[in-house]
Design a protein around this ligand. Structure first.
Ligand code: ADP
Ligand code: MG
Length: 256
């Protein structure tokens, strides 16, 4: 049985860099099993928000809770171990490694046997490796990468590499999947494919998805709830239809 998905609660999070407030007392909640989008113009603070949630940046103040766990002081690997997997705005895969090996790296946090027993070729380690291999094959089939498992990632088209990133994040068996601009740089066909994949992930795995996205159309199609940032401040929060018609959101997007 799947473990319960906890809510992600972001409360009054502020991030200051020298002379600049990138996030200014931002709050929102990602409800269990929902697709929640954080949107806003360039420089609004979306990636900063992402980096705080995944432990790459430390919040200046405020709190981030995932269920009972307070995340604000935790390093990235501890946050990942709590079931929060992320992708990056720019691809962060190992280009010389195969799709399969990149995905196996995503399972690293789940490896109990460890390097020592693997090095000693203990039967338990071999069984565990086989189990990981099977799961990697399942996830590859789910995202449509079965035919590419042996291909070095660097040789694949950009849109396919983005799918590998998603697959690697899924290999961590997350409770919450965080996607930073998953369709950035993609053409129309690739965008539609990725959107369908995100819908499939949510429907068949039941995990929460936090999406940071610049593309309004994508957000309106996918998200249950939207938080809009502008110059580090939350200017709107709610269901997509309402947020889309919010005068302040329209102003921020038009730059008026
Ligand atoms: P978005 O992802 O919405 O485009 P970012 O979160 O990347 O916006 O950036 C928000 C603001 O914070 C920008 O003004 C950016 O220049 C600044 N910023 C982001 N990261 C850093 C950093 N590591 N050091 C200093 N300023 C930063
Ligand atoms: Mg960004």
């Amino acid at each position: 049985p799947a473990e319960a998905i906890p809510p992600l609660e972001v409360r009054d999070v502020t991030v200051r860099f020298a002379g600049l407030t990138a996030l200014d007392s931002v709050s929102f909640t990602v409800a269990p099993g929902s697709v929640h989008a954080v949107i806003g113009p360039n420089g609004a603070g979306k990636s900063t928000c992402f980096n705080v949630l995944s432990g790459v940046y430390r919040a200046t103040s405020g709190s981030v809770r995932f269920g009972a766990a307070e995340l604000t002081a935790l390093p990235p690997h501890r946050i990942a171990a709590l079931g929060m997997a992320r992708t990056f705005q720019n691809i962060a895969l190992s280009p010389h490694l195969s799709v399969r090996d990149n995905m196996m790296l995503g399972r690293h946090r789940l490896t109990r046997a460890g390097f020592l027993s693997a090095g000693l070729r203990l039967p338990s380690a071999r069984r565990e490796a086989a189990r990981h291999g099977e799961r990697v094959a399942e996830i590859a089939a789910f995202v449509g990468l079965t035919g590419q498992l042996a291909t070095p990632v660097g040789l694949l088209p950009y849109g396919v590499q983005k799918r590998v990133e998603l697959a690697r994040a899924l290999c961590m068996e997350p409770k919450l999947l965080m996607l930073d601009e998953p369709v950035a740089g993609m053409n129309g066909g690739e965008r539609r494919e990725m959107a369908e994949l995100i819908i499939a992930v949510r429907e068949s795995l039941g995990i929460s998805i936090l999406l940071v996205e610049h593309d309004m159309g994508m957000v309106m199609r996918l998200a249950d709830a939207v938080t809009v940032l502008d110059f580090g401040k939350r200017i709107a929060d709610g269901p997509p239809e309402r947020v889309q018609n919010d005068p302040e959101v329209i102003r921020a997007y038009l730059g008026a």
